[in-house]
Design a protein around this ligand. Structure first.
Ligand SMILES: Nc1nc2c(c(=O)[nH]1)N[C@H]1C(S)=C(S)[C@@H](COP(=O)(O)O)O[C@H]1N2
Ligand SMILES: [Mo]
Length: 325
C-alpha cells in the first residue's frame, strides 16, 4: 500500500454514490479517494455485486461529469437500474435481461482490438483492464444521466483506453461489437437484430472526456443485465449507443455500420445525439419521463445533448443535425 494514502475504514466514508449533487460530491471525494486500500490487487472480480475500488479524481472533473443537467438529482436505485433494461440479446422485454442475463459467463473474456492502430491483438480482460487498476489510474466514479435515469457508474474515460492502442492518423471512427453467444444469449437465436450488436463513434466523439467505459455500478461490479463485464456510456447520446458486453473494438477509416441504423435507417442515425429538435419519425423527442420519479407521468423537457451542450457542441459545429441525426 502506498504510504501517502492514509488508511481509512470504509465505514467512515460517505459513499459518493448516495448522492449526485456536485458540491456534496466534491466534499466527499477526498475521503473516497483515500479509501483505495489495495489498489492494483485484483484487476476486476467477475462476480456481479463485488465491491470495486474506485476514486474521484479532481483532475478529471468538469462540472458536467458529475451532474450537469440538474443540480440535485438523486440517483436511481440499483433495483430501478438493473430491473428495467434494454438488452435484446436476452429478449425484447424490459425485465428479460434481469431474468436471463445471470447465466451469461463473463469469464474468461477477451477483447480484440484491431484496425487502424499501432497496437492490436486479442487481450484477456484482466490484461485489458490492468492499467486502470494500477494506483494512478484506479477506476473513476461518475454520476451521469442516461436513458432517463441518473446512474452512478464506475469505469474510466474511453479516451484513456483508446490512446493506449495508439490509433493512427487514418483512424477516423471507432466501432464496438458485443459478444455473440446464442447458447447463453437466447435473444440471439431469433433474428430480432443483425447479430452481433454493433455501435460506433467518430474518433473525436470517442476522445471527448464524457465518453466512458463502464465496469461497475454503485461501487460494485456491474450486473450482467447492465452490460458486464465492459460496456460503453455516451451521456449526450440516446441509450442505444451504450453498447454492452464488448468483445471487439476496431479503429476504422470509414463510418461503420451500426446495428440500429442498419435495422431502421430512417429512425436511427449514426450520431443519435439527444436532440429535442429532431423528432423520431414516430414520436416527438421534446420531452421525457424520469424513471423512478414519483411524478413519473409528468414529462420534463429534453435538453440538447442531454444537457451536456457546453462539453460536446463543438463536435458538431457546422453540421446539419437534421441530416446527421
Ligand atoms: N449489446 C447490446 N447493447 C445495448 C442494447 C442491446 O440490446 N444490446 N440496448 C441499448 C439500449 S437501447 C439502451 S437504452 C441501453 C440500456 O442500458 P441499461 O440497461 O444499462 O440502462 O443499452 C444499450 N446497449
Ligand atoms: Mo434505448
Amino acid at each position: 500500500m502506498p504510504s501517502r494514502v492514509p488508511r481509512i475504514a470504509p465505514s467512515e466514508i460517505t459513499p459518493p454514490e448516495t448522492y449526485c449533487n456536485r458540491r456534496a460530491f466534491l466534499a466527499g471525494a477526498v475521503a473516497a479517494g483515500a479509501a483505495l486500500g489495495s489498489a492494483g490487487a485484483a484487476v476486476i472480480p467477475a462476480r456481479a455485486g463485488t465491491p470495486l475500488h474506485y476514486a474521484y479524481d479532481a483532475r478529471d472533473s468538469v462540472d458536467a461529469l458529475v451532474d450537469a443537467p440538474d443540480q440535485n438529482r438523486t440517483p436511481n436505485t440499483l433495483e430501478q437500474i438493473s430491473d428495467y433494461n434494454n438488452y435484446y440479446e436476452f429478449g425484447t422485454g424490459k425485465t428479460d435481461p434481469a431474468e436471463y442475463a445471470g447465466r451469461l459467463q463473463t469469464r474468461p473474456w477477451n477483447v480484440a482490438v484491431g484496425g487502424e492502430a499501432e497496437i492490436t491483438g486479442s487481450f484477456p480482460l484482466e490484461e485489458f483492464l490492468r492499467p486502470y487498476a494500477l494506483e494512478e489510474r484506479i477506476y473513476r466514479f461518475r454520476c451521469v444521466e442516461a436513458w432517463s435515469m441518473v446512474i452512478p457508474w464506475v469505469g474510466f474515460p474511453l479516451a484513456q483506453m483508446l490512446t493506449r492502442f495508439k490509433p493512427t492518423s487514418r483512424a477516423k471512427y471507432v466501432v464496438f461489437e458485443t459478444l455473440y453467444r446464442p447458447s447463453q444469449m437466447p435473444g440471439q437465436r431469433v433474428p430480432i437484430l443483425q447479430w452481433p450488436y454493433r455501435e460506433g463513434l467518430r474518433i473525436d466523439e470517442a476522445m471527448n472526456p464524457l465518453a466512458f467505459m463502464v465496469v461497475g455500478l454503485y461501487g460494485r461490479v456491474l450486473p450482467n443485465q447492465n452490460g458486464a463485464p465492459l460496456r460503453l456510456i455516451v451521456p449526450w447520446k440516446y441509450g442505444f449507443k451504450g453498447i454492452k458486453a464488448i468483445v471487439r473494438i476496431a479503429f476504422t477509416e470509414v463510418q461503420p455500420l451500426t446495428t440500429w441504423s442498419q435495422a431502421a435507417p430512417d429512425e436511427y442515425g449514426f450520431y443519435a445525439n439527444v436532440n429535442p429538435n429532431v423528432p423520431h419519425p414516430r414520436w416527438s423527442q421534446e420531452s421525457e419521463r424520469r424513471i423512478g420519479n414519483p411524478f413519473f407521468h409528468e414529462r420534463q423537457p429534453t435538453l440538447m445533448f442531454n444537457g451536456y451542450a457546453n462539453e460536446v457542441a463543438y463536435l458538431y459545429k457546422g453540421m446539419n443535425l437534421h441530416r446527421f441525426f
